[in-house]
Write a protein that binds this ligand. Structure first.
Ligand SMILES: [Zn+2]
Length: 284
């Protein structure tokens, strides 16, 4: 089986329908023959099927409240046991943590037949547990549809439309961003902190020269820092800057330390220069 693919499948547009689960799997849209969540706890979930089989699911169209896997009677759709944050549920939690895109497929039932419709890419906005309708603990995931790209001819990410934070998180979760975070074992390059969560360690990938117009920084490892959320905000808003010798400086000019580096991840000083010139206001 080829490696797990996150995001749209090239050539398959939103709204494409498939006659059955086998066809969905063949197209690579949702590969497991029966499971409704495709994913691994360490990799994240790449796709789900919304089948109408879980009584606590709510489908608002662009927002879906999706019930996790387990404890469900497939024939009645009722919960008959508690769910745990494990296995494929943990895969969706990992997708939330890393901002990974999840392909969503809806089962559409007609009068005499059913089919599966590709609903596009969603992000996992948050997740929680609660007691469901039948009185058992369930895990639920809020999925939000990814905005359509503004200009389909352009590779520039759609940074200026609705759901901006969400789009940013998706973009920061490119393969290269994941690689940088993995190289640093999710430890912040400024303060060294690694935030542990029940779904795994959390860190953010910060593009030094931002993606998207007008900055058009590249999505390459040399332009990415692995940061904790606090230092990410300080960096993005110009409270922190990094000198070419990798000294971490406050805007006021105090040396706070040296950027933590690991083998296999180099920073290009041209991007650091861009960040200092465009995001760090001079002290007046
Ligand atoms: Zn930090």
């Amino acid at each position: 089986m080829p490696a797990r693919h996150f995001g749209d499948i090239p050539g398959i547009l939103k709204g494409t329908t498939f006659p059955d689960r086998h066809a969905l799997a063949q197209a690579g849209v949702h590969r497991p023959p029966q499971a409704s969540i495709s994913g691994g706890r360490n990799e994240g979930a790449d796709s789900i099927v919304l089948s109408g089989g879980y009584e606590d699911d709510v489908d608002f169209g662009d927002v879906i409240i999706y019930t996790g896997h387990g404890g469900n009677n497939a024939a009645t759709g009722k919960q008959v046991a508690d769910q745990a944050l494990e296995d494929r549920n943990l895969a969706l939690a990992k997708s939330c943590l890393e901002g990974l895109p999840v392909r969503v497929v809806r089962r559409v039932s007609g009068p005499s037949s059913e089919r599966y419709e590709y609903a596009g890419v969603f992000s996992v906005d948050s997740y929680w547990s609660k007691v469901g309708r039948s009185g058992f603990f369930i895990w639920q995931f809020r999925l939000i549809a990814a905005p359509e790209p503004l200009d389909e001819q352009s590779d520039a990410p759609p940074l200026t439309i609705r759901g901006q934070v969400f789009v940013q998180r998706i973009i920061r979760s490119t393969l290269v961003a994941q690689t940088v975070k993995d190289l640093h074992k999710h430890a912040c390059q400024v303060c060294g902190q690694c935030i542990e969560t029940p779904a795994g360690p959390y860190a953010e990938a910060a593009h030094i020269q931002p993606l998207g117009s007008p900055h058009n920084g590249p999505d390459v490892a040399e332009n990415i820092l692995c940061l904790c959320p606090n230092d990410h905000v300080r960096f993005d808003f110009g409270e922190l800057m990094i000198r070419d010798d990798l000294a971490v400086m406050s805007r006021a000019g105090a040396t706070l330390g040296i950027l933590r580096m690991v083998p296999g991840h180099k920073i290009d000083s041209a991007y650091l220069d861009y960040h200092r010139k465009h995001f760090v206001p001079a002290i007046s």
